[in-house]
Design a binder for this molecule. Structure first.
Ligand code: ADP
Length: 245
């Protein structure tokens, strides 16, 4: 889908956020960008989204051009919902921006809200929803345009552990059903090990990709209790320690 070659990004402040980053993204991948704060994870995600440009290196899309805006879904740590709008109005927003009428969009809105488990909460406003439910609305809003590529920037970092586990399992089910490609930024080794098919370790000052670790797991309900999961967490931890030394 995308080949990132030797990408660098230095901000005018002089911060070298990213140096010589290379990564191949295949259609249907689930890749976690894992590393401590400030190692350039969000910067790399913004470059993939086309929200920023690299100072060096290149991003080459197999299609010959970057995806259209509606083909990329972006989810942030904060649900960033319109506080005065209902769940369905929030999900309608990207379709409205594409010129769709509410009645045209309604079946898609209802389907995607059902898919993230929010049937019955269509007319609730963000303040009436829990943090986990607000994040579900945010994911529904990202999915309503049926993106090929879903970019997620620490989407579950502010949630309690129980809610986070539920949402992680639901995200995996969504990814399998929808067949989209996911790039997921996290600073949690446990989260990266549970979710990703490929974990990309990043290190700071300057931000760079240190190595990639393939997951041997088939994630499912019991994954967190499996010895293979514990081993993967240990392998990633060791690799990260070695890289940060
Ligand atoms: P991460 O997502 O891994 O926490 P970021 O990609 O957000 O890291 O940031 C990498 C580095 O670049 C940090 O030192 C951050 O302060 C700096 N940075 C990020 N965005 C900007 C910006 N717009 N202007 C200046 N510095 C920035």
């Amino acid at each position: 889908m995308l080949t990132i070659s030797g990408v660098g990004r230095c901000f005018p402040s002089g911060t070298e956020a990213l140096r010589d980053a290379s990564l191949r993204l295949q259609s249907g991948d689930f890749v976690a960008l894992l590393g401590p704060s400030g190692c350039g994870k969000s910067t790399l995600l913004r470059l993939i989204a086309g929200l920023d440009r690299p100072d060096s290196g290149s991003l080459t899309w197999d299609a010959g051009h970057p995806p259209e805006p509606g083909e990329i879904g972006y989810v942030f740590q904060d649900a960033t919902l319109l506080p005065w709008a209902t769940a369905e109005e929030n999900v309608f927003l990207p379709l409205r921006l594409r010129g769709m009428s509410r009645s045209q969009a309604q079946p898609d809105i209802a389907a995607v809200l059902a898919r993230v488990g929010l049937t019955g909460f269509e007319t609730a406003r963000p303040r009436q929803l829990s943090g986990g439910m607000r994040m579900r609305v945010s994911i529904a809003r990202a999915l309503v345009t049926r993106p090929k590529l879903l970019l997620m920037d620490e989407p579950f970092a502010a949630l309690d552990e129980f809610t986070r586990h539920r949402l992680q399992a639901d995200l995996l089910a969504l990814w399998r059903d929808l067949g989209c490609t996911v790039v997921f930024v996290t600073h949690s080794i446990y989260e990266a090990a549970f979710l990703a098919r490929r974990v990309v370790l990043m290190t700071p000052r300057p931000g760079r990709i240190a190595r990639e670790i393939e997951s041997p797991l088939t994630p499912g309900a019991g994954t967190r209790l499996e010895p293979a999961y514990a081993k993967l967490v240990a392998d990633i931890s060791k690799a990260m320690e070695a890289e940060l030394r």
